[in-house]
Ligand binder design. Structure first.
Ligand SMILES: C[S@@+](CC[C@H](N)C(=O)[O-])C[C@H]1O[C@@H](n2cnc3c(N)ncnc32)[C@H](O)[C@@H]1O
Length: 252
């Protein structure tokens, strides 16, 4: 039996970000696999639930919640920690596909933002396909990324005329500002890596973008860095979790 899966990008926070193509896809799904990601789960699960209730005409679909294995802190070797984590997640996905999908049914993963940006779903499905043992076919529906949402809310163009944009993580930024980069978008920054940078940079920062809790701050880094650090800390304490992204540009 062939397993059919849709990997649907649902946009990064606001249910209005869901595209017409995603709505069509949502209406073809029999089983939604919903990750349980611990503390953030309430906020993220609320948006996923709202999307399913609002956009699916026939509410007879099933949902299967699954526990996402935790990645161990990667102080020693980031690559090995991620590879081990992928093995564990792959096992969980395989079990879901083998045990929860009936003949001719379509399963789906609803991916925050877009499935091709800092998300492992496609990599894991590719690994399962390569491993063989059962037939798996999947399609990808693009979604609005947190980068697009951030730029739109700040009404800022990501690139300067004719220049390039780098997309990176807080971990990489902590090693230094990307060489030759003019504009840099930073994601997955738990530690506030912007604080160690040249104060002359311009920053456009956003947390929970697109959601009712959205916070936006922008300005010269040296003038707003303290505000962002304070707001970041407060928001994380209040909500128990935070998702923030920012754009940095070299001064004109
Ligand atoms: C695992 S990545 C997922 C990215 C997602 N696939 C996308 O297309 O945006 C999670 C990171 O995305 C960023 N992010 C996602 N949603 C966000 C939002 N609503 N507001 C601000 N940042 C967000 C944060 O940097 C967070 O650490």
């Amino acid at each position: 039996m062939k397993r059919r899966i849709l990997v649907i990008g649902i946009g990064a926070g606001n249910p209005d970000y869901v595209t017409i193509q995603a709505v069509d896809a949502l209406n073809r799904v029999n089983v939604f696999f919903i990750p349980d990601k611990g503390i953030e789960k309430d906020g993220l699960a609320r948006v996923r639930r709202e999307i399913c209730e609002r956009f699916i005409r026939d509410q007879s679909y099933r949902t299967v919640a699954f526990e996402v294995p935790r990645r161990r802190p990667a102080a020693e070797d980031y690559g090995t920690a991620v590879a081990d984590w992928h093995d564990a997640v792959e096992g969980v996905y395989q079990q879901l596909l083998m045990e929860e999908l009936e003949e001719d049914e379509c399963g789906a993963f609803l991916v925050w933002g877009d499935p091709t940006l800092y998300d492992s779903t496609l990599r894991i499905l590719d690994r399962l396909q390569a491993k063989g043992g059962f037939e798996l076919e999947y399609d990808v529906i693009p979604g609005i990324t947190s980068i697009q949402a951030l730029a739109a809310r700040h009404k800022v163009t990501l690139n300067r005329i004719g220049q390039s944009i780098a997309i990176t993580t807080g971990r990489k930024l902590a090693e230094g500002f990307p060489n030759n980069a003019d504009s840099v978008v930073v994601m997955l920054d738990g530690e506030g890596a912007f604080a160690g940078l040249d104060g002359d940079l311009d920053i456009w920062w956003g947390a929970y973008v697109g959601t009712p809790d959205e916070i936006l701050v922008s300005g010269k880094l040296r003038e707003v860095v303290g505000d962002i650090e304070r707001i970041h800390k407060q928001a994380r304490e209040q909500n128990g979790w935070i998702m923030d992204t920012y754009l940095l540009k070299q001064p004109d």
